[in-house]
Design a binder for this molecule. Sequence first.
Ligand code: NAX
Ligand code: K
Length: 510
Amino acid sequence: MKILTAKQTKELDAYTIEQDAISSINLMERASVAFTNWFLRKGFSQNNRKRPVFVFCGLGNNGGDGLAIARLLLGNQYEVTTCVVRYAETTSADFDQNYERLKKKHPIIEATEETHLPDIPANAVVIDALFGSGLNRTIEGIAAQAVKKMNRSGATLIAVDIASGLLPDSLSSGVIVRANYTISFELPKLALLLPHNDKFVGSWEAVSIGLNQTFIDDAPTSNYYVNTAFAQKIFKPRSKFSHKGSFGHALMIAGSEGKMGAAVMAVHGGLRAGAGLLTVHLPTRGYNVLQTALPEAMVSLDAHAQYVSNFPSIDDKKYSAIGIGPGLGKHSNTLRCLTKLLEKAQQPMVIDADAINLIAENQDKLLTNVPEYSIFTPHPKEFERLVGRTSTDYARLRTLKAFCQKHRVYVLLKGAHSALATPKGEVYFNSTGNPGMATAGTGDVLTGIITGLLSQRYTPFEAAALGMYVHGLAGDFAAKAEGQYSLMASDIINYMGIAFKTLENNANHE
Ligand SMILES: NC(=O)C1=CN([C@@H]2O[C@H](COP(=O)(O)OP(=O)(O)OC[C@H]3O[C@@H](n4cnc5c(N)ncnc54)[C@H](O)[C@@H]3O)[C@@H](O)[C@H]2O)[C@@H](O)CC1
Ligand SMILES: [K+]
């Protein structure tokens, strides 16, 4: 799914109105109905009674949506208080039409100064329709006072399209609505996916309002959202005549004294992702634990007991994918081994954890030898070691894209809505996953999954995108069954089968 800018969204609206024989007022009605349907599904009741609803409207089309939503909720027997915040003189034409329609049957509070703003009880549901994608500067005056009042109320806040004050695709400042929910029209906005905006976005959903698909297909963008449909397109179901040789042979180089579990997690992830064969290369002291935990894996033993100091021959192209990093440690001999591996390796590799840290600490020597199209899987701290500190989410995105373009690699920056950047400077944001996954070992599992997919001849992009999606989906299934609080990396592994099965089932229906 594409992520478009505010400017493109405006053009998309206009194009839809022109091409699809729908008037702008009817498009607004469609958007308001889509919002209201979401609202009705949620119910927002307490003790079997509908909670009071407060709608705050601006003067543009976001405010017009708010007025239409107020009318629709009144029709569904909600007790609605509507307040138009008069921060300027001019109003949009569609605002005017909806204002007239509502005013006929419902009193509207006009707020030009703070004392006019209605008091909001804490059990209320507040609909924020002050500003949407048309916002282009900091909110001031009466509109800022309205935002502060909403934020102080303790009520449930729902943003129409986007929280007022939050710019859709650039850095915001000033007062911003702290929404509990955001209902974005048609497509997600970049701002919804960035960590620092979490408190303004809450949980969000994009609801379709039937905007023109041809325009969306043709619109240039470098930002995408990896949803189920996207993952399904990548996923390749198995054919009847396949055998274990069809799915490649992955090599995982991992583990050091005290961190052999990381190797186990990564290998487990790789096997569950369907690698035909998987050899793990690890220090001799990890042998028993690995073979006991995972008899399905083959083991290549290092010359050293406590850390990795060499690697098996890769000259004969026996391995269709190589992953390195989980639990590796940073011993000087391990650094020497990694240096040699990067010199020799011809194919894209998956590079994680201490392998990233070692490369970060020895950039001048190592970075140029990383095979093209390799996949780095850093968490934010590891990424910072690689590229330095960045002050905002947007600065970090720019750095991420530039790094991938310069070094011709993929970087999967882990977090809520993990961001996979490509050598072309595109970014693919993940849709799956939950906070329960912020726990030890989940990164090792991800490295294993991506290596396992890479070994089966998925391209590096496909392996990374499908890997991050399935990893998050398995985490979501695990959280649903066990809760987020005590979720462990091994739970993700246990639910990977079900995660793949959902892709398989849907693929078969096509
Ligand atoms: N036909 C369409 O264009 C549709 C638009 N929709 C809604 O329309 C919204 C966009 O509407 P608009 O483009 O009218 O813009 P907004 O309603 O977001 O903002 C209104 C106007 O306020 C002005 N403004 C911006 N920042 C300001 C600030 N800080 N202080 C004071 N004034 C400021 C701008 O001139 C802007 O056009 C979307 O977010 C969505 O909710 C939906 O109804 C779907 C269809
Ligand atoms: K809004």
